[in-house]
Design a protein around this ligand. Sequence first.
Ligand code: PMV
Length: 327
Amino acid sequence: MSPTTATAQACANIAFIKYWGNRDDALRLPANSSISMNLDGLYAETTVQWLSGPGEDQLVLNETPQSGDPLRRVSAHLERVRAQLGTSSAANVRSVNNFPTGAGIASSAAAFAALTAAAVSAAGARLSERELSILARTGSGSASRSVPDGFVEWFAGDSHETSYAESFAPADYWALTDLVAIVSQAHKAVGSTAGHPTATTSDLQSCRVAGAQERFDRCRQAVLERDFATFAEVVELDSNQMHAVMMTSRPSLFYWLPESVLVMCLVRQWRAEGLRVCYTLDAGPNVHCLCEAADATEIERRLRTLAGVQDVRSASPGPGARVVSVE
Ligand code: PMV
């Protein structure tokens, strides 16, 4: 294969209905289907250059050459891309996140969606969006959801081929804003790859999974009807259920800080006052305040008055992964 280079961009995403726990950890087949929104303007930009033969893969992340676990994880993903495309060449990978790590925005979804799209394109191969989503899923489960546009559903499926994401509404369908209240920039103690296998140690996981499809259907319908009241109720319930599982796992994973709880309580109070806002938290303490865009300025103003909130990042619904150049 002659050396070819391609660059792709993919947004981070925020889950409305969470993915937590796998039925197959190696394939990252999730325990339940999930729903998310891509976060416009918060993206990874990744360039993959395939070399002319086998060798060591290289990874430069945010201008810093990587070794150890980050390189191993990217190399393992490139190995799956090589297997699918029938090549044995090594690759040079350069990736930049335009949002800071530790900002409460999951970087692995954006990173593995962009890596997959760039690697396939640089090899001169063409995969369907579904095939890209399946391949991205094997790098990081939530990366499957950063491949399609806008509002996205990831079907859990029951095999490698049936577990993929697709768009159910375009980015401009509903003017929602995600205001991320940053209460801590510390690197999380237990990341999601290590966290997923702990889910089944909680007595609550089977209950969470049993109700997931009903919440998924309710959330999907609420987005399609732009029904904020139903959306808020199901999004908060789903986040609370995931964190209940995390807290009751053995060992327990406890991601909330006092400031996280304060923001959650205030969001509920503000909604009772008439503002259209609800909260959701991933595997970390920062609070994603999802709101109607028309209410975003007032909610951001209120968040910024809180001593425990260090910063607020804002994102609208964003596009799917896209190749921006091929050489
Ligand atoms: O894709 P992963 O392994 O980083 O897992 C993501 C898990 C959560 O962010 C907590 C929930 C989700 O659905 O994004």
